[in-house]
Structure formats: structure tokens, C-alpha cells
Design a protein around this ligand. Sequence first.
Ligand SMILES: [Zn+2]
Length: 403
Amino acid sequence: MRRTALENWICSLEGMAELSRVSLEALQLERLNALLAREKARGGFYSALPAELGSLAELKGLPFTTADDLARRAPSLLLGSMGGVKRIITGATSGTTGASKRVFYTERDIEHTVGLFAAGISELAGPGDAVLVAMPFSGPDGLGELICRAVERLGARGVRAGVMQPLGRLDELLESERPAAYIGMSVPLLSLLRWRSLRGRELVIRRALVSGDACPAGVCREIERLLGSRLFPHYGSREMCLGGAVTCPAHEGMHLRENHIIAEIIGPGGESLPEGERGELVITTIDMEALPLIRYCTGDYTRFLPQCPCGGVTRRIDAVHRLGGDGMEALDSALFALPGLIDYSARREGDRLAISAAGDVDPRAIERLAGRLAGKVSASAEPAGPLFAGFYAGKRRILEGTG
Ligand SMILES: [Zn+2]
């Protein structure tokens, strides 16, 4: 099989003729040691660590960095001056409690992310295509614009949809712009496809890259059935400058950008787990200019997969779940089996789960399916008209209380 777009990008960025485990790991060790030496020299957050490691295996002996460190000590983690910082993102990501984490990027960090995005997107869109970008647009270096920059680099055209758009508005965009590809979260895509499908309309979208939230198995299957093509899941987080791993044409897991990230999977006692075993993903972000992290515990749960059928040498991770998830993924998988369901929200009210649904769906069917997972459930449903804009702007979760 041909080399994947991700690996072509790594080779061209790093000036490597061929990619092998040996060359990739030599690059990782060189970058890790450069980072450790810089930290020692500047007396930075990691200055107590050794200035040089003899092998990548020695990384496993270094302490972890936690989300709490990132929240409390971001300025001391910051490498280089604030003057070079292009973008700061503050805010707790889903599943985090306590102080807000702040992450910083430089122009170069952002450029690398755009390069990774372009490599991942090139597997599903090319010159002349229109791509519906249903991600937040929050300024010139926000996620939506970075994706559009990557799309345009491929000679394709980004259609800036954003999030929480009314279905009627998205419907118009599909008619006027004819996007063959979609980039955004999974459930909003399923909502849109179903809404059109139930009206007997052409779906227009043929391929999709899903990111920004979990992609529950039942939701994935249903989207793939409607699209008639396999999905391209992407994994990224703020701590890795938004881009981490992309799907290759084999559609079996996501390949990591290992020129910038050393990944480990650890067990509950912090021990390193072998390929195939599920645990927490820990990342060391080598070659991030603004905010490199050493052994950062992501709070995301996955496993390494064996070598990919595509023949690529970069390591793959399986689907990613939040550690200690609230059950929303399982609920999504179960409830979207109801063909008329467009979207729903779930709220825990005392000992009862209250579900508000949009779509042509029988509340008793929702209560029956959700009841198998969540005990006492009460459901209501309303039709989803053209003004319906979804229940969740970001990651889906079970809401708390009656608010
Ligand atoms: Zn592959």
C-alpha cells in the first residue's frame, strides 16, 4: 500500500527520505533531550529532571504532569517568552474540575497543526471539493479557521458552518455549497443526515472526519450506513495543540504524529502497558514551542493497536474514551438505534434520568432503551423543525440537576 498522507507529511517536514521505527525514535530521543537541556538551562518547570536521557525507555522513569499542574503552573511550564505566544486558550475541557487549564501556542506550533490537519483531511477531500466545517469559529487561530486553512491548502474550499446551527440553515448550505465532505462532531452530523434522509432529500455529504467528541459505536455505524463510506475519526486535545492522530485509508485506529508526540499507555498504578491493553494515554509533546509537556496524563482512555494494514510505521491508537465517563456514550449508542431520533439531551434529576428528545420518536421507546442502562427514565419528544439547532454545543454529557 502507498505511504499514508500523514507519513508523507512527516517525511517532508523532517527532511527524511524514509520513515522507520529506528529513524522516528531517534528523532524523538533527540527532541526530548533538546527539551530537557533547554529546561535545565532556563531553570524551568522541568529543570529538576535529568538534562539528558540515554534512551526513550528512560522516559518511563520521569514523573507525570497532571491537568492540575497545567492549571496552576502554566506560566512556569511555558517555554520561551510570552512575546512569541500566538494564541492562549483557557478553560476546563470536559471532565475536568477545579482551576482552568491554560494552553499556549506559537505560530510554528499552529503551523504544525495545520500541516497535520491537511494530511488527515487529504484522505477524504481534494482539489475542488467543498468541505462543511462544523466546528467552533472563535477567531483567526481558532479551531474552525485552522481546519479551513488546512482545507484550502489542499485546493479545497471550507464552508464555515460553525456549531449549533439550525438544521434548516445547514440544509440550505448543503444545497447551495454542495459539500462532499464534513468535518465536525459525530452526533450533529447524524442529526443532519437523518433530518434530510427523513425528508427524502439527497444527503450530498459522502465522507466525514469526526472529532471534538466521542464517536459512540452505534452513532458511527449509523453515520457510515447513511454515508455509504467509512468515517475518518481524528483525535486531538488542547494540550497537543488540537491535533494528535488521524485515520488512514485502512480505517483501523488513528495514527499519531509521532514526530511531535511520544505516547504511552499507563495502568492505574502508573505502570506502562503493552500494546493491546487499555489504559490512560500519556503524552510527551516534543517540539512544541510554547508549551511542551512531559508525561502529561490526558484523562483519555485507549490502547495501542498492532502495526496497521496500511503498512505505516507510526503507532496507532484505538477509539478514545474519557476516563470515568458518565455513560453518555453508551446512551448515545443505544438511543440512536431509534431511526427517527434527531437529537436528545439527558439530565440527572435525583434518582431519575430525564430525556428531552427531538425527532419523530416515541418517548416510551426511549424510556425502554435508556432504562436498560440508566434505571428510572422519563422521556419527552418533540418534532425537530428547521429551527432546531441541537442540544449540545460541545462535548455531550449527562447534565446534572433541574437547571
Ligand atoms: Zn494505517
